[in-house]
Design a protein around this ligand. Structure first.
Ligand code: PBG
Length: 332
């Protein structure tokens, strides 16, 4: 559709911008509380929280505190919460067995939140890195991150999470074939209503640094994730991955990181018209917070603008550490 523009002065663009009322009427995209998914970090212990230095205002929470956070999120109208585990060094092994243990901290958090706040959707993370001695998302053999054996482990992890009561599984590992394997295991284990939000276009990004601090993977990680996460130079590949994941049974797809990858969000939405999400990752959060804390940017305004831009780029929702703050602001 070609936009029509009458010549000046028949058309004065400023007419529609002159008042809050006219701007409200002509606004094309809106950020709402319903667009938000709040990622939280859970850890062992009781009634405790530890701050994450590179993510000002974000803490790791014990399961009881995670339940409190889920209640708060639900009261604010946030539809979903996403759980990431912080595991002690002892829980990390080469065989990653803790990843599919029904009583690992993530699965305990899922159960406790489902019990206390049944109406909030619980999203998970499927990848071996929090449980892997070397910080990788898959098993490592002689320096190679092996695909197919990792997928078998991811399937076990997915089933344990579904059994704990997860509503949305989030495979973030970028192994090939994992969506199909997880979907068919869900079907044959009576979990046909569990949804999959695939980290489809997940780039090998330096913006994940603070997250790796949060889950304690920074010091553990040997090497990089370039053999499984996407090259930031690529765009067409994202579309092929989306098609592949949809064919294998994903319900929703994600682009990650967010703000530097809005072009990918737009291409995905335009090409497939499926529920599309972006992850405003830890490094984006850290950048904005650093500037806000220095008084260089207006916090509430810049956060709201950054999130609205995801909507304009075609996203249906955003995973953001700002979720409770922005929900409070939106709710007045
Ligand atoms: C791990 C995982 C990562 C993030 C989500 N899941 C880090 C990574 O791939 O190394 C990053 C989230 C963020 O930076 O906020 N599979």
């Amino acid at each position: 559709m070609k936009p029509t523009v009458a010549p000046f002065p028949s058309m004065r663009f400023r007419r529609m911008r002159q008042s809050p009322a006219l701007r409200a009427l002509s606004g094309q995209n809106r950020l709402t509380v319903e667009d938000l998914i709040w990622p939280i970090f859970v850890m062992d212990g009781k009634d405790d929280e530890t701050p994450i230095p590179s993510m000002s205002g974000v803490t790791r929470k014990t399961v009881d505190r995670a339940v409190t956070a889920a209640k708060e999120a639900h009261t604010l109208g946030i539809p979903a919460i996403c759980i990431f585990p912080y595991t002690s060094m002892e829980a990390r092994t080469e065989d990653c067995a803790m990843a599919w243990n029904p009583n690992n901290v993530s699965n305990r958090a899922i159960r406790a939140i489902k019990d206390a706040v049944p109406d909030i959707a619980i999203m998970t993370d499927i990848a071996l890195d929090p449980y892997n001695i070397n910080g990788h998302d898959g098993f490592v053999d002689d320096g190679e991150i092996v695909n197919d054996r990792t997928v078998e482990a991811l399937v076990k992890m997915a089933i344990a999470q579904a059994e704990a009561g997860a509503d949305i599984l989030g495979p973030s590992d970028m192994m090939d074939g994992r969506i199909g394997a997880i979907r068919s295991a869900l079907e044959s284990n009576g979990h046909q209503n569990v949804t999959i939000l695939s980290y489809t276009a997940k780039y090998a990004s330096s913006f994940y640094g603070p997250f790796r601090d949060a889950v304690g993977a920074s010091s553990a990680l040997t090497g990089d994730k370039n053999t499984y996460q996407m090259d930031p130079a690529n765009s067409d590949e994202a579309l092929r991955l989306v098609e592949r994941d949809l064919m294998e049974g994903a319900d929703m797809v994600m682009v990650k990181p967010g703000m530097p990858y809005l072009d990918i969000c737009r291409r995905v939405k335009d090409s497939f018209g499926v529920p599309t999400y972006a992850y405003q990752v830890s490094g984006e959060y850290a950048m904005l917070m650093a500037a806000v804390q220095n008084g260089w940017l207006d916090g509430d305004k810049v956060i709201a603008e950054s999130l609205l831009c995801f909507k304009r780029a075609g996203c249906d929702g955003i995973l953001t550490y700002f979720a409770p703050r922005v929900a409070k602001a939106l709710n007045g």
